[in-house]
Design a protein. Structure first.
Length: 213
């Protein structure tokens, strides 16, 4: 199993369109793709109050339990099933009662803003994709998503964006673009780039299969 597993990292700023590309790849290779989200690996802060957790910087690399994610990805690559954490955005903490089971598949997609930052994680990816979308588009998408899906107020989203999201993007996320094998402008709306990615995945899978035969 390990020799046939292709791990794809899809990085980029908040609301850049990573999920659109992930969903497109998963639909093309239906039944052959498992998805792991870096956001699921936010560290737990059970000893803090809601107000204290709300004040944390969730866009800094230290906010993530990347060590656990690396361990889970290695298990998936070795053909093992893993139970990923579940993060509850409404309370800013990990859900201690739920996990999400992820089965090993020929293609593993890892989605997250900072997945190229840590070398140990970055080195696990066979293909590294960076989704590059203008900041004004990203903030509007994030505003809509957080209010609609995560129970946030407009003021809290704007405040977080200005206080942490924007400066952390410029400091930590944007510089990781240099590690990408493929940069996709305008995310999932760039059909030409997406077709190139799909073709590359197909070739990579074919090469891996041939090597394992």
């Amino acid at each position: 199993m390990e020799g046939k597993t292709l791990i794809i990292g899809i990085a980029g700023g908040t609301s850049s369109g990573k999920s659109t590309i992930t969903d497109r790849i998963a639909s093309v290779y239906d039944g052959k793709v498992s998805v792991v989200y870096h956001d699921s690996y936010y560290k737990a802060h059970d000893g803090m109050t809601y107000e204290e957790r709300s004040a944390l910087n969730y866009d800094h690399p230290d906010a993530f339990d990347t060590e656990l994610m690396v361990s889970d990805l290695r298990k998936l690559r070795a053909g093992e099933t893993v139970d990923c954490p579940v993060y509850d955005y409404t309370v800013h903490n990990r859900d201690r009662e739920k996990t999400r089971r992820v089965e090993p598949n020929p293609v593993i997609i890892v989605d997250g803003i900072l997945i190229f930052y840590e070398k140990e994680l970055r080195d696990l990816f066979d293909i590294k994709i960076y989704v590059d979308t203008d900041a004004d588009v990203r903030i509007l998408r994030r505003l809509q998503r957080d209010v609609r899906d995560r129970g946030r107020t407009i003021d809290s989203v704007i405040r977080q964006y200005l206080d942490t999201v924007k400066p952390m993007h410029e400091r930590f996320v944007e510089p990781t673009k240099r590690y990408a094998d493929i940069v996709i402008p305008e995310g999932g709306h760039n059909s030409v780039a997406l077709d190139i990615v799909l073709s590359k995945i197909m070739r990579h899978l074919q090469e891996k299969t041939e090597k394992c035969e």
